[in-house]
Every structure is written in C-alpha cells, then in structure tokens.
Design a protein around this ligand. Structure first.
Ligand code: 26M
Length: 816
C-alpha cells in the first residue's frame, strides 16, 4: 500500500478554525449555528486529535517495526483525568485553540467544562498508572498501557443528609471523543471448561478445552508526550458477547437465554470495583483480570510482534509490568501461550516468563493482598490452576534443595496457602524478575516484614522505586500562576527536568519573589472558592488558612484524627477555654470516597459532614473555623484543590501508607505538610528539611512496640483532657441533634479498638498543629518554607520514577 502521509493541520489560528469547523460539520453533522455545547466539545477534541494523528501513526508503526524493547504496563486502573487540556498542552496548541474558538464566537472555558473525566480507577494506584504513561511518552520510551474500558468508572458520590450515596458514573453516555474502538480487531478470550492431555508425536502435552468465551474489543487512546511529538498508546479492552456463543444458544431455540448470555459476557467490563483495600474474591473480578491480561498478552505476542518472531527472544522486546497483583494471572497465561499454544518446553517457557514480568506492590496491609480460592480459579481457569501448581511444586523443590525439609519455611513460602487459595503476591514474586515497593520505607518493610523469606531466597530481586507525579498535569495545568512565576524566574526547562526547581531556592530569601509567590497562592484560593461555590454552593473565606485532606476514606489514613482535632478546637471555643480571636482562621477541606461496603468509612464521612454542619453555623465560632466536604472528589477537583492548599494532611499511621502521591502534589504546589513518618512523607521531609515540614506521631518501630505490648487506646484518652473532651462532645450528641447513639460506633471503635492508633498520636498531632499556627502567623517565614517545598520537591516527578524503573527493572532506553 502506498503510504499516504497523514499531515497535521497548520498550527495557526486559521488552520485550527478551519479544522474545528470541518470536524463540527463533517464529524458531527451540524453547522456552528446549530451546534450544541457537546457538539463543540467533540469537534474541539477531534481537532486536537488531528494535530496528534500523524505522530501517533508514526509511533505505532515504529513500535511494530523497530527492534527496541518496550514497556507493556498492565494495570486494572487508569485514573486519567480530563484529556482536552492535557492534550492541548502536549501539542503546544493551548493559546491557538483559545483564539480559534474565540474567532468562532465561542469561549473555550465553556467548552472545556463539558468534559467528563474518565474515572477508571479508585485512587493512588490508578492515578500513578496515568502519571507513568504520561512520563514515558514525554521521555520517548516505547510503551503501551493495557487496561479495562469500564463502562462505569468510580461511582459518583453524593451526600444525602450527610451520608454517602453512590450513583453510577455513566461517563460514556455521550460517547468519548478520545477513543478509537476497533471491533474488527477483537480477541477471543476463553473461560471455564476442563483440561486434557494428548499425545503429540510421542510427547504428552496439555490443552485447555474452554466452555465459553467473550470478545475483547480494543479501544485505543493517544498518550502524547509533552512538546516532543511522541504519542504512545493506551489500549483498553471492552467485553462483547461472541457471535458463535449466542448463536448456539439461539439455535437451540432459547432466545431469552441467548440474550442473558450476552449480558453475562458484557458484564465483564461493565463496572470498576470500588474497593481499594479489601479484595472480596469475587468471580467477576477474576474474570475482569484474566480478560484484560489475556487480551493484552495475546495482542503483544500475536499482533504487535512480527508473525515469525522467535519467542525465546521475547525478553528483548518487552517487559510486562504488573501494577499490583491485579494482572498476575498473566504469569500462568504467558506460560500457557508459550507451552500449550507455541509448543515450547516448560523450562524454556519459564525462563522467558521470569524475564518478562516485574511486579510492583502497593500495600503493606495484609488484608489487601489478593488470594484466589482454588475452586474458583479451577472452575474459571482450570489450565492456569494446573500451571500455578507446577510453578509452585518446582519452586518449593528449589526451596527444599536450599534449606532441606524446613517444613515451616515451605508452608510460609508456598504460593498455595494451607486452605488451598492462591497467594497472588507470592506468585508475582516468584515469577517477577524484580519486585518493587513504592517508597523507601515501604520497600524496606516489604522486604523485612511482608516477604522476608523471599528476600532471602532471591537476593537482588527486591528494589525500591519511589512514586512520582507528572508535573505537566499537577503543576503546569493545575497551577498556571505558579508555573508562570517559575518559568519567569528560571526558564521553562523545569517541566521536563523537575530537579531544576532547585534553582528557585535562593529566591526564598527574595522578598519580592515571596510576594509574587504568595499572591499566586491567594489567587488559587480565590479560584477554588469560585469552583466550590459553582460546583457545590460552598463558601470559602479567602482570609483563612486552607488545610486539606483529600484521599480515599480509610481508617489507616486517619481522617478521624484530623476530625478529632477540629472537634477539640471547636470544643475549646464553645467551652470558653479559648476565645475565637485566639484561633487561627482555618478552612478544613475534606475529599474522600468510601468503598460502598465499608461501613465504618461511611460512618466517618457522616460524622465529618455532621461536624461541619454544626461548626460552620455556630455563631460562637465567629466564622474562624469552617469544615468543607465537597462530594465526589476526583482528578478534576484535585487540580483545583491542590494549588490552593496551605497545609497538606498526610497523617496515616506509620507503616501503613505505602507511599502516597497526593503528598507529593501538595509539596510541589507550595503547601507545607503535616505528616507522620510514613510512606513517601519520609523522603519529602528529608528533601525539604525538618524545619519546612511538621512531623508528628510514632515511628513505625514505635508502632510495632506499642502493638506488641498491647495497645489500650483508653490510656491515651485519660492522658489528654482535650481528647477526652472532644470524644465526650461527639458522644453527647452535639453533632447529631442530641442523639449520642448516631456516632457511638465511631467513638467506641476508637476508644476500645482504634486499630490504627489515632488516639495514641493525637497529643503529638495537636502539638504539631500549634507549630503550624505559629509559623502561619509569620507570613514571610511561612511563604519561605512553602517556596523551599517547591524548590526541593523536584525528585517527585514521575519522570524520575520512570528513569528508576528503566535503570533498575526494565532496561528500556528512550528511542529517538
Ligand atoms: C483489588 C481487588 C478487587 C477490587 C479492588 C482491588 C484494588 C483496587 C485498587 C485494590 C487496591 C487498589 O488500589 C490500592 C492503592 O491505590 N494503593 C495506593 O497506591 C499508591 C500508588 O503506589 C500509593 O501511593 C498508596 O500509598 C497506596 O495506598
């Protein structure tokens, strides 16, 4: 075929206008005068796509023909956020687009507001995947992101009488202009059935005779690099019923059954599971996992690689990075493809597989580690279960060879738990060429506490890669004011070389720079105030310190610790212990979704709202404290909240938060952190300096010691009368119309169990908050610290994370 080169439209206002109108007319079938806002949004998106298309086609072609090694990132979640602004930024067309729309009599801000963000993730893990693919594209590293195109993403959170009510996130109801569906390129993914052995020229082989299958339809998304003309691909799979399957049932005369089967198949990519810490072992979840992983591996091995590719050389071309255990079923799947489908010897296949996978762990909570009951696995994926058994048998043989019959150790290290369940983290560790944690402390605890036997058995396998965030979205797009100030001061290079923020350090001592920095922060607060007013009818007093805690609602993250401190400040005012004038005016912003089945988390949300209701309206407070809880915290809201924050709350119990990434976003945007010695907070504090970070609470070893000695939260209540009094106030019904029983479960859980030791850290937290108030009173000193937070946080760019993965794990250099 003659290669007719696709050319991009001319990068001028006129060129943009022409292309925009063409897309409106030819793509949407409407005249500008008759177009709806949605038509205009689609045409604008299509226009941006047109500028990227030639580059994308070139990069896709290169990926198929080049000999280079690429990263296949396997993730059940991608929390992308809005695409339009990001893609305009990447192409450098932001200004031209604004002027072009103005020339058409349109306001680009109105059009941009129509975009619904694809919420295809729960929180940190999914957002991390989105940052990583942004960085890889920006660095010119060959990458394809694989995942699931959920029809419904993370639920939309609403509050009814202060309680969380979930609504379906129908983000696709108007379609998405960013996706390219390819139903003609669907893959068949099989499930169920049984296995059998057969004779292949004197060799006994196994095969899988599945019972049913579904089609996996790829939907491609562009992942543009920043100002470098590179465009990688994100490929999300959508489930569709297979024709053949339906027809068979249909021919048997049971039309109802045929339609039911169709629904069953299409359920697989219907909805994102909104739990992010306690996997429930649900069959549909395993179906989702196998569905996207099998489609992705087949896509890479059968379609992206040349037809005659020698699979013994697969590790020269790809590393499959496992984003947590969710895609770990890919390990036996690749073995099945190599052994059963391609006829390789087991040992050869295992050598390839071990080189082709690497595993990232994102947790330390034992209850968050996935295990799959063997009966479920055997029913859904019988051949994979056999393969896992053989992997385990051979692995345990090696363990025996090394340690003799140390049965205790063998039980501890077996991929198969005593109850027969498959421990997916163990499988990933045995199979992975590398295993990494997501911050220094986390990686250390992973080696020492979660997988010590494996660390001993596989020297050199464990490593750390501290998380990072993309400065394009979370500084440049979210905080244009700060970005302008930085670029005016040190030039534009920092956006792709974030360590250059160091060059700002001397300006912390420059009064006029501090002035400019503080006015950016003030403007960001006003912008947030505007957003929250329009979005939720909330009022932000811009004279207040903005104290922000946004993240999923989890007991280990300790939103209750923050809330108890708010209640104790309120209590101090209403009991007359302090006068309102003595209290630093603060607005507390919460953003948090609770897993729909997590009852305690939902009660805590209810309590936060109830406290807000009382504190915000009690005249005795004289407006000096306000609690705001905008519903449905998401990436779009984060982009508004983070740049406006003065104080970032990172207050998890030490040893529980693997890394955190919100902590990095706040520091980069000039908020100071009040935080425990946990996750990446440790590294943030080391970099920004103790004097620019409010540390409090027990260290991880202190937590372990307290737990070993038996933790009695009531001791800590007795030792701190402010804490006692705050708890009493909640119990008295002060926030529940006089009915103390409403929040009794929250209070009694804290006083009697307190699994995450919030009460043990309360006194120290309150003391640290006093230091916050003291520094905040000295505006110049506060601003100086805030500037130093920005200047010293360049390490937390996801570009640096990607370099670390490349150096330590992937060995996939950028391709020019
Ligand atoms: C698993 C099985 C079934 C249903 C859902 C899940 C599941 C989904 C998401 C489990 C965990 C999920 O996410 C966990 C997560 O977001 N962890 C966070 O990862 C961040 C990126 O590394 C870290 O910064 C956070 O500390 C960590 O909590």
């Amino acid at each position: 075929l003659a290669a007719a080169p696709v050319t991009a439209p001319e990068a001028t206002v006129d060129g943009f206008v022409e292309q925009f109108l063409r897309n409106l007319n030819n793509g949407r079938g409407v005249a500008l005068s008759a177009s709806t806002p949605n038509d205009r949004y689609f045409a604008l998106a299509a226009t941006v796509r047109d500028y990227l298309m030639a580059r994308w086609l070139e990069d896709v072609r290169r990926q198929r023909t080049a000999q280079s090694k690429g990263v296949a990132y396997l993730s059940a979640e991608y929390l992308l956020g809005r695409q339009l602004d990001n893609n305009l930024l990447a192409t450098g067309l932001t200004e031209i687009a604004g002027e072009a729309l103005a020339a058409c009599g349109l306001d680009i801000d109105e059009v941009r507001a129509l975009e619904i963000e694809p919420g295809l993730g729960n929180g940190g893990l999914g957002r991390l995947a989105a940052c990583f693919i942004d960085s890889l594209a920006t660095m010119g590293v060959p990458n394809i992101g694989y995942g699931i195109r959920y029809e419904y993403g993370i639920f939309r959170q609403t509050f009814v009488d202060g309680q969380q009510v979930e609504q379906a996130d129908s983000w696709l109801s108007l379609g998405s202009p960013w996706e390219f569906p390819h139903p003609e390129a669907a893959q068949t993914i099989s499930f169920g059935g049984h296995t059998e052995t057969y004779d292949d020229d004197g060799v006994t082989r196994s095969r899988w005779i599945p019972a049913w299958n579904v089609q996996a339809v790829p939907h491609n998304y562009m992942v543009p690099g920043y100002h470098n003309g590179r465009v990688n691909t994100l490929r999300l799979w959508s489930a569709q019923a297979t024709q053949g399957f339906d027809l068979r049932t249909f021919n048997s005369g049971d039309y109802q059954e045929a339609v039911r089967a169709q629904t069953y198949a299409e359920n697989i990519s219907k909805v994102l599971y909104p739990e992010d810490s306690t996997p429930q072992g649900k069959e549909l979840r395993l179906q989702q996992q196998y569905f996207f992983v099998a489609a992705s591996i087949s896509d890479f091995v059968n379609l992206i690689l040349p037809r005659d590719f020698d699979l013994t050389r697969l590790p020269e071309r790809v590393i499959f990075q496992l984003n947590d255990t969710h895609p770990v079923i890919g390990v036996p799947e690749l073995m099945r493809v190599l052994v059963d489908e391609r006829g390789l010897e087991w040992d050869a296949a295992w050598a390839i597989t071990r080189e082709c996978f690497a595993y990232t762990c994102h947790t330390l909570l034992p209850e968050a580690l996935e295990v799959w009951p063997s009966d479920l696995l055997g029913r859904l994926l019988p051949r994979h279960l056999e393969i896992i058994y053989r992997i385990n048998d051979e692995f345990l043989d090696e363990v025996r060879e090394r340690y003799g019959d140390d049965e205790d150790r063998i039980r501890r290290m077996s991929i198969i738990a005593p109850d027969g369940a498959v421990r997916m983290a163990f499988l990933a560790t045995v199979a992975g060429s590398k295993v990494n944690g997501v911050a220094e402390l986390h990686s250390q605890l992973l080696r020492e506490k979660v997988l010590p036997d494996f660390d001993e058995f596989f020297p050199g396998k464990f490593t750390n890669v501290t998380n990072g965030v993309t400065p394009r979205r979370f500084v440049k797009l979210a905080n244009p004011g700060l970005s302008r100030l930085i670029t005016d001061t040190i030039g534009p290079g920092w956006l792709t070389d974030l360590e250059r923020l160091r060059e700002l350090e001397p300006f912390a001592d420059d009064a006029s720079f501090r002035q400019a920095f503080a006015s950016v922060k003030a403007a960001n607060k006003r912008a947030l105030a505007k957003t929250l007013h329009a979005r939720d009818g909330l009022t932000v007093d811009d004279g207040h310190m903005l104290d922000v805690m946004v993240k999923r609602l989890h007991e280990y993250k300790r939103q209750t610790l923050k809330l108890l401190h708010i209640v104790s400040q309120y209590d101090a005012i209403v009991s007359g212990r302090v006068s309102p004038a003595e209290v630093t005016p603060r607005t507390f912003v919460f953003g948090a979704k609770a897993a729909p089945g997590y009852a305690m988390a939902k009660r805590i949300i209810h309590l936060i709202n109830a406290v807000g209701e009382v504190v915000n309206t009690d005249p005795r407070v004289e407006g000096r404290l306000a609690v705001l809880f905008p519903p449905n915290y998401n990436v779009t809201l984060a982009e508004r909240v983070v740049p406006a924050a003065d104080l970032s709350e990172q207050i998890s119990l030490a040893g529980k938060e693997a890394s955190g990434t919100g902590n990095m976003k706040f520091a980069l945007n000039g908020a100071l952190t009040i935080g425990t010695d946990d996750g990446a907070n440790v590294e943030i504090r080391q970099l920004v300096g103790d004097e620019n970070f409010f540390l409090f609470g027990m260290t991880e070893p202190e937590v372990a010691t307290l737990a070993d000695g038996g933790y009695h939260p009531i001791d800590f209540v007795r030792a701190d009368e402010n804490l006692q009094s705050a708890l009493d106030l909640i119990s008295s019904g002060a926030f529940s119309g006089g009915d103390g029983s409403v929040f009794e479960p929250v209070v009694s859980n804290l006083v009697h169990h307190d699994p995450f030791m919030a009460l043990a850290d309360f006194t120290s937290y309150a003391a640290a908050q006093q230091k916050v108030d003291a520094l905040y009173a000295d505006t110049e000193a506060w601003t100086r610290s805030a500037i130093l937070n920005v200047a010293r946080s360049g390490f937390f760019s996801s570009d640096r994370s990607m370099r670390d993965y490349i150096d330590r794990i992937w060995h996939t250099p950028p391709v020019r």
